[in-house]
Ligand binder design. Structure first.
Ligand SMILES: [Zn+2]
Length: 212
């Protein structure tokens, strides 16, 4: 499932999205399929590619997919995995109320959903934008929104599987003499979409950042 086409429908000034974000800990292979951030909340998206009819509930450990050809197959409920990812995000984003994080489980359009959930929204691909745009209250101010962008930019630079070696490589490139003027910690070099920059190694505790 490629969401890029759908995500282009979102207003660029209001929403930012990130794909395949690796969450910190190099030992744990914890990826977010997609995350959409906005002043209206943070949407954490898990993609499940099963096609058929899906049966499942909030408390069910296993969900089922039915197809005419293969009958019923069981698969692990995507709910606990996505809520673990959201919990992991809280660790870095404690300033933001947990209720502003939304779990979305996305299935292909062909899939019929016979699912009842409370804490996550389980929908077809084509309904995603409509659902996200239902949130109209600005629950995050500009400061918090900017903070989220910075945080996800920093996650993005951990991407690519061998995150640890990549992180060390980046650290080597940081200027040895230069220290963070706010807290005295080392600066880390990052490659950004809009130019390279240095960020404090104490991030997110310290938010110093400057252009390289
Ligand atoms: Zn600092």
């Amino acid at each position: 499932m490629n969401l890029e086409r759908i995500l282009k429908k979102l207003n660029k000034n209001e929403y930012r999205y990130y794909k395949k974000i690796h969450l910190g800990d190099p030992n744990k292979n914890m990826f977010l399929d997609y995350v959409i951030i906005s002043r209206f909340g943070v949407f954490v998206i898990r993609i499940v590619e099963h096609i058929g009819t899906i049966y499942g509930g909030e408390e069910d450990i296993e969900w089922k997919v039915y197809t005419k050809n293969r009958g019923i197959l069981k698969f692990k409920s995507p709910l606990p995995g996505n809520s673990d990812r959201i919990k992991r995000l809280y660790r870095d984003i404690s300033e933001i109320d947990p209720k502003n994080f939304h779990s979305i489980i996305l299935f292909p359009n062909k899939t019929k959903l016979m699912v009842e959930t409370i804490n996550a929204k389980v929908i077809n691909e084509s309904s995603m934008i409509e659902y996200i745009e239902e949130f109209k209250d600005e629950v995050l101010n500009d400061l918090k929104f900017d903070y989220l962008i910075q945080l996800f930019e920093s996650y993005k630079s951990f991407n690519g599987g061998s995150s640890l070696s990549k992180l060390f490589k980046k650290k080597k490139e940081a200027p040895k003499t230069e220290k963070c003027p706010l807290c005295g910690a080392k600066l880390i070099y990052k490659e950004g979409d809009f130019g390279d920059y240095y960020i404090c190694s104490n991030f997110p505790t310290c938010r110093y950042r400057k252009e390289a």
